[in-house]
Design a protein around this ligand. Structure first.
Ligand code: ATP
Length: 600
């Protein structure tokens, strides 16, 4: 029986035949070709290669689509009984274009790397989890999942980089859930003096409240009916309810660092039993903002040391200095880079426009008007995410847009948590199709139907740019990203041009010119490490050049289809984009690494 067959059978058995079938986010109505709605030269995008007419047919006209929701009675929640919202989209094109990632190069380094798999069924994940993977309609693993899951299931520490929207959440959730299932299931353990202390086996840390909620929701789906207990702890909301929940026992705790430290200090959570530690957006978690808290949690509370616990770090970007920090938390780890990491996928059409600060608002209005007249004005599914630099700027732009006939809502760190959640809900549902946000929304959020990301203000660095635009073009779908580039952003010209070039985007001549002028003026701008400052590069290779350390191994072939290619042997072969010769073809990947193509 095929997976699809089994899935249909299980839905037939449901006791609520009138309820629509659960559809995971990536199977819901996509914005195919919505990057072509701008008149001003946006490339026509073609229908994804893996479009399924059968699925589209079977869902057409059914009306409601399903979305996950937070349910306080989580224990009673049924996988196929999640909240239903009305979907007015006539043509419910259902896509699964994950084949878009097929040709992505993969670099793995470390000792004795477990080989990748081609299917989920090749890995011993446990029946319950496998059934949920089918329920989620994850037919085949994405490249990061193909490589990372076997490494993690083998118990290895892992530092993994993969492009935004390519499925990293499942890549760390599956091994954790499967590991917890294999360990005897925990309940709240009583420690000392009769006080109730929750002792989770796994801890997943994320930088924002919204992202921790999202991971929690995902993990709950993956762990549905497995008896694995999952809870979430994040700030800005009542700690009392979260503590009550923990008292009922927890195996996997998803948390933001601040709230977790609070709970540990109140002796409500102990990390003494942790076997699995995952840091999502790991580079953000270890940068200057979070590093002291993370160090405290990982090194100064009662968490078992590296070697006793398994540690997994995931992000789309991994700057050198963060890798240096991170290696303190890891033991004999595998470094995995899927794709030329940090470069965004060519699923995202990137446009950059030269706009002076004072003209930005009018420029935005024109852009949105054009979008409205060319696009699908009555569809609430073409969502636009506008990034600004400051919280005040977000509020002001929200008001300006509303005054000018565009329904917009702001989200930033000065809003209370309820307002933040409300803004996100309103945006996700399409009720307010424009979200004006600060970087609080730049990382990890998986919002279906984000068709257009506009960098109204450019971010401080190119990593943030990559994460921001990664809110569109996810799970193989197409997206559009527009950047307003002003005099204030000259330091970003070079790295922006490089990111665009590497994602096969057309780089405007004026941008290249600006980058050259900036370099010529003696200022270095955003300096990239060997052409990959924003992306993934195993730092241990630097050690290798000054010692006998040799850490790069071929990724083993699968059925002869997976022929690794050796692309060079040292730093000299690397493409260094410093001369700004951006039109010269850069080697696709390098770093003296052994690379292999995507997953088939
Ligand atoms: N194997 C799969 N098959 C189908 N869909 C998948 C698969 N893996 C992940 N997805 C879907 O892809 C989308 C993106 O996944 P996810 O949010 O994990 O990306 P990510 O790599 O963590 O992105 P970011 O870097 O922005 O955090 C989600 O909607 C998820 O449900």
């Amino acid at each position: 029986m095929t997976w699809t067959g089994m899935f249909s059978e299980s839905t037939r058995k449901t006791t609520r035949p009138t309820r629509p079938r659960y559809l995971p986010p990536h199977m819901r109505s996509p914005q195919i070709g919505n990057a072509s709605f701008l008149e001003t030269g946006a490339p026509e995008l073609t229908r994804p290669r893996f479009y399924s007419p059968q699925l589209a047919q079977s869902t057409r006209g059914r009306g409601p689509w399903l979305t996950a929701r937070r349910n306080p009675n989580w224990e009673d929640e049924k996988f196929d009984e999640l909240e239903v919202v009305d979907d007015t989209l006539e043509e419910a094109n259902v896509t699964n274009n994950l084949e878009a990632y097929d040709d992505i190069p993969v670099q793995a380094s470390g000792d004795n790397i477990p080989p990748p798999v081609k299917t989920f069924s090749e890995i011993d994940l446990g029946d319950g989890l496998k059934q949920n993977i089918r329920r989620c309609n994850y037919i085949k693993p994405t490249p990061i999942q193909r490589h990372a899951i076997p490494i993690a299931v083998a118990g290895r520490d892992l530092m993994a980089c993969a492009q935004t929207g390519s499925g990293k959440t499942a890549a760390f959730c599956f091994p954790i859930i499967s590991g917890v299932l294999k360990d005897s299931l925990s309940v709240t353990r009583r420690v000392g003096g009769g006080s109730e202390v929750a002792c989770p086996l796994a801890l997943i840390l994320a930088p924002t409240r919204e992202l921790s909620c999202q991971i929690y929701e995902e993990a709950k789906k993956f762990a549905y009916m497995t008896r694995v207990q999952i809870a979430v702890a994040y700030g800005g909301t009542s700690i009392y309810h979260q503590l009550r929940r923990l008292e009922r026992g927890v195996d996997i705790l998803v948390a933001t660092p601040g709230r977790l430290v609070d709970m540990i200090e109140r002796a409500k959570v102990s990390l003494g039993m942790i076997k699995y530690l995952a840091l999502d957006e790991a580079d953000r978690m270890l940068d200057m903002g979070f590093e002291p808290q993370i160090r405290r949690i990982v090194e100064q509370m009662d968490m078992p040391p590296p070697g006793t616990r398994q540690t997994m770090l995931f992000s789309a970007t991994f700057p050198d200095e963060i890798q240096r920090f991170a290696s303190d938390f890891l033991l004999d780890y595998v470094f995995l880079a899927v794709g030329r990491v940090g470069s965004s996928t060519d699923l995202i059409v990137q446009r950059v426009e030269l706009v002076q600060e004072m003209d930005k608002r009018n420029h935005l209005l024109n852009l949105l008007r054009t979008q409205r007249s060319n696009g699908t004005p009555h569809s609430k599914h073409a969502l636009t995410l506008v990034f600004v630099e400051t919280k005040r700027g977000a509020d002001k732009l929200e008001r300006w847009l509303s005054r000018n006939g565009f329904s917009a809502i702001a989200m930033h760190g000065d809003k209370v948590q309820m307002e933040r959640e409300q803004a996100l809900r309103s945006f996700k549902s399409g009720a307010t199709p424009i979200l004006v946000a600060t970087d609080v929304a730049s990382r990890g959020l998986d919002i279906p139907h984000v068709a257009h990301v506009i960098n109204f203000d450019m971010p401080k660095n190119i990593d943030d740019y990559v994460h921001r635009i990664g809110r569109t073009g996810r799970a193989g779908k197409f997206g559009l990203a527009t950047a307003f580039f002003s005099d204030k952003n000259l330091h970003l010209a070079k790295s922006l041009a490089e990111v665009m070039k590497e994602s096969s985007q057309e780089v405007p001549t004026w941008l290249i010119q600006n980058a050259e002028n900036y370099s010529a003026s003696g200022r270095s701008g955003w300096v990239r490490h060997r052409g990959v400052d924003y992306g993934g590069y195993d730092l241990r290779k630097d050690i290798a050049s000054s010692s006998t350390y040799n850490d790069t191994y071929a990724v083993p072939a699968i059925d002869g289809q997976y022929a690794p290619t050796f692309l060079g042997s040292g730093g000299d072969d690397h493409w260094v984009a410093s001369d700004m010769n951006l039109n010269a073809a850069a080697p696709p990947y390098g770093y003296g690494s052994v690379v292999a193509s995507g997953w088939d």
